[in-house]
Design a protein around this ligand. Structure first.
Ligand SMILES: [Mn+2]
Length: 363
């Protein structure tokens, strides 16, 4: 079952969610959680919805799916201190309501999946197609640019307030999943909602600086290493590079700074597909990006990965495979010949977010 609503068809689902919230007893416990390896949409949407529910007097736990802290790029957010790792939560805790955000598959809730399964009811709010529904109520709106945008639009219908901190969290989600309003999901609705968030107190300059405008020197050294390892394959159609967990250790770079590294190399003129290989401690991972002409998700799904047409990822099924092995397997499945020669225009057609964990792709 492919459950997807258009944003206009949300009324019934919104009313059902509002009724569910209003029926909760005063001491009810609510968990709000997004996917593993959280990106800006994951952190921003959880921060916004948790904050709005707390302001209405609900008892809310903002859960992190991973056994990790909030990624460094989002620790400036006032709500960052509210997050708790599912790993550290008492496993006997039972939530009355578990709200999953931006997580189309239960597996991508990581350790938080336990609390979703044991909760008395579940709601999923997402902008991905959901192949195997795992919640009682689902608001899956595939034409929304970010889940943070859906949350922003949903709050008034739920009778919840939208203050400057909530507007900021929603903007973090939206600016992340639209690639700073550069990807193909940057449409009139996304920009109108962004404008409303700014009117409510979100500061685009401050947010851009905090999220994208700075990182540790060691993270730049990792960028430098990846750039130094670029090779062109398939007669110039494929740009590739790699890094390993030993590079992160040697440079002292935390995993927080490894998101979207494939975007560093995808800009090489004339290429159609970018492949970033990661030799992780637990095996290989692959991030794939295309200019839009080639469907990288079709390649990813052959190896158990997933994603979108222009952005996909794979956790390589054979953990013993080296980056060279993986590349040798993938290259015959990727386009051959320079995009310039083929006359194919490359655009910024990337979908926004990152597919949690099992894939290195945008969710
Ligand atoms: Mn998202």
């Amino acid at each position: 079952m492919l459950a997807a609503l258009s944003r206009a068809d949300l009324c019934a689902a919104r009313a059902a969610l509002r009724a569910q919230l209003e029926a909760l007893p005063a001491d009810a416990r609510i968990a709000v959680c997004a996917h593993t390896r959280p990106d800006g949409d994951a952190i921003g949407s959880v921060a916004a919805l948790s904050g709005a529910l707390r302001a209405a007097g609900h008892q809310v736990t903002s859960l992190l799916a991973d056994n990790a802290a909030v990624p460094q790029a989002y620790r400036w957010m006032p709500q960052a201190a509210d997050f708790v790792s599912a790993h550290r939560l008492d496993k006997t805790t039972v939530f009355d309501l578990f709200i999953a955000l931006d997580t189309p598959e239960l597996a991508r809730l990581g350790e938080a999946g336990h609390f979703c399964r044991t909760a008395r009811s579940q709601v999923l709010i997402d902008h991905h197609p959901v192949r195997i529904p795992y919640s009682q109520l689902m608001l899956a709106v595939t034409d929304a640019a970010a889940v943070g945008q859906l949350v922003w639009e949903l709050l008034p219908d739920l009778g919840l307030t939208r203050d400057a901190e909530i507007a900021t969290a929603c903007y973090v989600a939206l600016v992340s999943d639209t690639g700073s309003f550069a990807f193909s999901n940057t449409n009139e609705d996304a920009l109108a909602d962004a404008a409303a968030m700014v009117a409510a107190g979100a500061r685009p300059d401050v947010i851009a600086y905090e999220v994208f405008g700075r990182k540790p020197l060691a993270a730049l050294k990792l960028d430098e290493l990846i750039l130094s390892r670029i090779t062109l394959e398939n007669e110039g159609a494929v740009v590739t590079s790699w890094y390993g967990h030993e590079d992160l250790e040697r440079l002292g770079v935390s995993a927080d700074w490894t998101e979207s590294l494939v975007d560093l190399i995808r800009v090489v003129d004339g290429t159609q597909v970018a492949v970033l290989l990661v030799n992780g401690a637990q095996g290989g991972r692959v991030s794939l990006r295309s200019g839009g002409g080639f469907d990288v998700s079709a390649v990813a799904t052959r190896f158990g990965g997933g994603g979108h047409h222009a952005a996909a990822g794979i956790t390589w099924p054979d953990a013993a495979a080296t980056c060279d092995d993986i590349l040798a397997t993938l290259l015959p499945l990727l386009p051959v010949g320079s995009a310039t020669l083929a006359g194919e225009a490359l655009g910024s057609t990337l979908p926004a977010d990152s597919l949690p964990d099992s894939t290195e792709a945008p969710v």
